[in-house]
Design a protein around this ligand. Structure first.
Ligand code: SAH
Length: 349
């Protein structure tokens, strides 16, 4: 079995180059081809001899993701990709245009094990982790298809990034490298449903990225009903980890709170949430629940959402209501799916 050369960090590539008895400067050259340019074949690496390219391809392959389908929103130019991986699995990614540039929402796993009751990504279960190279290839393929440069990354696509911890770290390392995409940690957001042990592991890395927690409930009763991960890591444990994370890294932790009618959107819920978050340096993003056809969650009314937001603000909690992008192409939060071969027509949008 060949190894995916795109999943190696520069440090690992240095070792690999040594093992092939190549001069050390080759590592940086190859790294640039893979990560700055986004090559999908060794033949594109024109400053390497044919012999060297052959040697590389005898030992390695380059992970990639190819466009199986593409949907462009007619409302806001958001683009959703259905990508096919080398082994025939599928993932989805979304590119959003903001006044400050392009942001990509990448997937970290094929499917998801977390089982949140409002989310489409978990419906078809979990198949496998994405490799660091596959996570990054979503950016390269989107960039070259759209002819743009992406400046921000949110890990809010399919999968739980902290459940694929080592690969996500290597991915971050590579996109952050100045010989690669050179995207600063401050322009990267990782979203987690609350895998507390890994939050501490991430804290130890002391990265300047933004950590955001999918909270979605003010208490354990509601949260355990909608997010199975809460049974393992209850809210108090999670919020304690967030406080320590914030203190240790100096980075404000954000919370996502999806508002679902009659589930978690009452004034009492807003008060309870305020009490829990009081005193911690944080920001709450309120998201009107997006439609997932297999689920019967109903969006809270505009008035309810504004009222909820105002309760938080009156209690001194930073809160904003998130604008929904890509609504006409099912590209919004929680709508990305783990499609399997054969599902395409049924899910054609
Ligand atoms: N597994 C990670 C990354 C996924 S991010 C996590 O849970 O954070 C996707 C975000 O969309 C999460 O905040 C998720 O809870 C939220 N989400 C899921 N389903 C949704 C829906 N139907 N409407 C709005 N947001 C949803």
């Amino acid at each position: 079995m060949k190894t995916d050369i795109k999943s190696l960090t520069l440090e690992q590539l240095n070792h690999a180059v040594k093992e092939l008895s190549l001069p050390a400067f080759r590592a940086k050259q190859i790294f640039k081809w893979l990560h700055e340019i986004g090559c999908t074949s060794f033949d594109e690496m024109t400053n390497l001899s044919k012999e060297l390219r052959n040697k590389l391809s005898e030992n390695y392959y380059i992970s990639r993701c190819d466009i199986e389908d593409k949907y462009v929103s007619s409302i806001d130019d958001t683009v959703k990709y259905l990508f096919r991986l080398t082994d025939g699995e599928f993932i989805e990614s979304v590119v959003m245009k903001y006044s400050y540039g392009y942001t990509i929402c990448v997937s970290s796993q094929v499917g998801c094990k977390m089982g949140c009751t409002f989310c489409a990504s978990t419906l078809a279960g979990f198949t496998r982790n994405l490799t660091p190279g596959e996570i990054e290839s979503q950016i390269h393929t989107a960039q070259s298809d759209l002819g743009i440069r992406i400046s921000r990354i949110v890990m809010m696509g399919i999968g739980e990034p902290l459940d694929n911890f080592e690969n996500v770290l290597d991915f971050l390392n590579n996109v952050n490298n100045e010989n690669g995409l050179n995207i600063s940690m401050r322009n990267i957001t990782i979203s987690t449903c609350g895998v507390v042990d890994r939050i501490y592991d991430l804290m130890d890395k002391n990265l300047q990225l933004t950590l955001t927690i999918s909270l979605h409930a003010p208490n354990d009763e509601i949260r355990s009903r909608t997010m199975p991960v809460n049974k393992r890591y209850p809210i108090d444990t999670l919020l304690k980890a967030c406080r320590e994370y914030g203190e240790h890294t100096g980075r404000r932790v954000s919370f996502e709170y999806t508002l679902i009618k009659d589930i978690n959107d009452s004034e009492q819920d807003a008060q309870e949430l305020s009490q829990r978050l009081k005193g911690s340096l944080c920001h709450v993003n309120l998201i009107p629940v997006n439609d997932v056809k297999e689920r019967c969650n109903v969006r809270s009314s505009k008035e309810t959402i504004i009222k909820f937001c105002n309760v938080l603000k009156r209690n001194g909690i930073n809160a904003t209501i998130r604008r929904t992008l890509g609504a006409d192409i099912n590209a919004s939060c929680g709508q990305l799916r783990h499609l399997k071969r054969g599902d395409m027509n049924e899910n054609s949008r």
